[in-house]
Design a protein around this ligand. Structure first.
Ligand code: DX5
Ligand code: ZN
Length: 221
């Protein structure tokens, strides 16, 4: 496991009218990655942002852009998000029929490739992808909205995925998204997570540096 836990604030909870400033504030506050939640109103019941917004964020930060595609047929948009400046693109196993091909496509664009699992989706769906991906994103809420309660039932998946990642001999990030707080962070990190997405826990209190430091401390890194 990577020694330092990565903190990836989700800009879904940012003030979109001041998005550039918000991203710069996160960078100054010690964020490791910027997590970008892309929703299409089909895979999830919400609409958010697309490649032009990613391009605009790219211009104001040097942090890696961790783009989480909650969209059907994500393979159709890999090039657009790569062109916009994404560093890592994560696609859902539930949204993609030929997910191995999608991973190859992301790699062919020179980016890190991630796969994500909804809370009710078994880790078995990524068993034969583990040697191909750079990141596995375990959803700990049903995707679509920020501010939902953490679903503890997903925690055993992390143990299994971490074992598989270690066995693969590759440096695979295990990221958790949804309801991550200083209370839940220790639980997921003890189970093998090394990257934490957080929206409400960072934007809720107003002091981003303190919130990020609290998550790091809770994660034990
Ligand atoms: C949910 C998104 C998450 C979400 C996290 O569909 O993928 O990134 O914004 O928000 P919190 O931390 O508030 O659960
Ligand atoms: Zn997300």
């Amino acid at each position: 496991m990577a020694s330092q836990v990565r903190i990836a604030p989700s800009i879904l909870s940012a003030d979109f009218a001041r998005l550039g400033e918000e991203v710069q504030a996160l960078e100054s506050a010690g964020a490791d990655w910027i997590h970008v939640d892309v929703m299409d109103g089909r895979f999830v019941p919400n609409l958010t942002i697309g490649p032009p917004v990613v391009k605009a964020i790219r211009a104001v930060t040097k942090l890696p852009l961790d783009v989480h595609l909650m969209i059907v047929e994500p393979e159709r948009y890999i090039d657009a998000f790569a062109d916009a400046g994404a560093n890592c693109i994560t696609v859902h196993v539930e949204a993609c029929t030929h997910i191995h091909r999608a991973i190859q496509h992301i790699h062919a664009r020179g980016l890190r490739a991630g796969v994500s699992l909804n809370p009710s989706t078994s880790e078995e769906t990524v068993r034969y992808l583990i040697s191909s991906v750079d990141l596995v994103l375990v959803m700990s809420v049903n995707p679509g909205f920020g501010g939902q309660a953490f679903i503890a039932d997903v925690v055993p998946k992390l143990d299994v995925l971490r074992k598989w990642a270690v066995s693969s001999g590759r440096d695979i990030d295990l990221e958790v998204d949804g309801g991550v707080t200083p209370e839940t962070a220790p639980i997921v990190c003890a189970a093998g997570a090394n990257a934490l997405v957080a929206g409400s826990a960072i934007f809720g209190g107003g002091n981003y540096a303190r919130a990020i430091a609290q998550l790091r401390a809770a994660a034990g890194s």
